[in-house]
Design a protein around this ligand. Structure first.
Ligand code: SAH
Length: 248
């Protein structure tokens, strides 16, 4: 039996946003590995072993997946959204780089998913219609000074910005500082999207000017999108729609 590893993105939450390619890999798998809430999204079936682990053990989890594949198992490592965006695909390659030589002969594939940024943008309109950047606001894996520098320079370069991991119980203050940095660079009316739990029953969407953006509007299930200087809001009977025109 030939083993393999597929690092797959489950999308933002809605089952309709799981790609057929990811669905097929899950159907063919003998083992699913991942963070507890993501593995909880996989329906149990005979012949499928589920290995749920805590956050922050990404490298151990990746090594476990590679080890099982080397023993002939068919392993899907699950992430939410896209596995290459602040998620398990890089962790898997870090483990591969540091691991035994025979792992490099394994069949390893990365199966893309719909990342939270794109699901949130689509829900709000088209805020990423011109040049944009994505920044992870968690300082778990990088110093806060680097985050502030990137925020400052991205605002100066007039990118629209998508923020992952804006705020958590363990990091209650960083996002307030991020908003302060933006307030020193961007106009007061700059639109900000708070898109929470997009594509799930808990979904909430808010579009506010930068002056009205408050740290408490974001949590770990929220994607924050800040428009560029050209981003505009249109009022419609179904609520505000935000877009960035294609030309600068
Ligand atoms: N690999 C994932 C991102 C992991 S980082 C992806 O591609 O989407 C986790 C962060 O993603 C969360 O803190 C939040 O900012 C964002 N996120 C994930 N799912 C979301 C959803 N359904 N709605 C809004 N934001 C979400």
């Amino acid at each position: 039996m030939t083993g393999w590893v597929a690092v797959a993105g489950l999308g933002p939450g809605d089952e309709a946003l799981v790609t057929p390619q990811v669905r097929a890999a899950l159907d063919a798998a003998s083992d699913v590995v991942g963070y507890i809430p993501y593995v909880a999204r996989i329906a149990p079936r005979a012949g499928l072993r589920l290995h749920a682990s805590d956050n922050r053990v990404e490298l151990d989890r990746a090594a476990h997946a590679l080890d099982m594949a080397a023993q002939g198992r068919r392993v899907v490592v699950v992430s939410s959204g896209d596995p290459g965006v602040f998620a398990m695909a890089s962790a898997l390659f870090e483990a591969l780089e540091a691991g035994p030589q025979h792992w490099r002969a394994l069949d390893i594939r990365v199966l893309p998913g719909i990342t939270a940024m794109l699901a949130a943008a689509a829900r709000a309109g088209a805020p990423l219609g011109h040049d944009f950047c994505a920044i992870n606001l968690s300082d778990n894996l990088k110093p806060w000074a680097l985050i502030e520098k990137r925020l400052r320079l991205a605002a100066e370069a007039d990118f629209a910005m998508a923020f992952y991991n804006p705020r958590s119980k363990a990091r209650p203050d960083g996002f307030a500082r991020a908003l302060e940095v933006l307030r020193t660079t961007c106009a007061d009316a700059r639109p900000v999207v708070f898109a929470r739990a997009v594509s799930t029953p808990q979904e909430e969407l808010r579009i506010v000017p930068l002056t009205e953006a408050r740290p408490e509007m974001a949590d770990m299930r929220t994607m924050v999108i800040v428009g560029s200087s050209l981003t505009r809001v249109i009022d419609t009977p179904r609520g505000p729609v935000i877009f960035t025109p294609r030309s600068a």
